[in-house]
Design a protein around this ligand. Sequence first.
Ligand code: AP5
Length: 221
Amino acid sequence: MRCILIGLPGSGKGTQAGILAAKFGIAHVSTGDMMRAAIQSGSDLGSRARKQVESGELVSDAIIIGLVNNRIREPDCRGGFVMDGFPRTLEQAVALRAARIHVDYVIELDVSERDVIERMSGRRVHPASGRVYHVKFNPSRATDTDDVTGEPLVQRPDDREDVIRVRIGTYNSRTVPIISYYIDWERSGDPQAPHFVKVNGQGSVAGVRERLSAAVSEVEA
Ligand code: AP5
């Protein structure tokens, strides 16, 4: 099982990717988590990416493509992977295809802009593990405390309302075009093309998980 999740920032890609990875025993590859880890480690790459990540813009294609090419060759990706946050430009989608890395599904999580704003403004994260909570929809057991380690939860610097608006704009201009790219590729009849599936991402986490599983098995049947 190799799949790509596409959707607005805050549409639930990370949440559903974690569920799919656990269900299928596959790797969860999140370029956002990779960028945040690089920033936190103070590496050269992290210092170069910080400005873009914190202002809601995209990190350069060259950096991201290089990182993903290495990441998906690691042993835990051999049994499959779910990609969350990559590709998000046409250049990245073309590079993935050129690398001949076969993908079974491209899944678009469809959520309204109003809902993603509410989801991101209430999001809290545990930086060390990447665990994600929401103050209203998925609260931790104790306020602002990670359930597993008891460490404090934080708000992402890019979850401020002004940055959220930039991220939504970036998604609409840079990422939406890859949806038609994948639809056209599948329509071309190329057996290497992934199946494109659009899933309603509104409603509860459990409801979305059910629709996602059903969509994947429908295509498999
Ligand atoms: P990234 O971390 O990928 O950010 P994003 O795409 O904006 O996505 P998010 O992580 O904000 O949201 P999500 O869809 O994963 O939602 P989540 O599950 O957390 O990227 C960050 C930055 O890194 C980018 O801006 C860019 O600078 C850089 N970058 C990364 N990849 C790149 C690339 N390929 N190219 C260039 N630059 C790149 O859910 C959100 C909240 O809602 C959570 O609180 C969650 O608990 C809650 N929630 C989830 N599902 C539901 C539900 N069904 N109902 C209610 N609440 C829900």
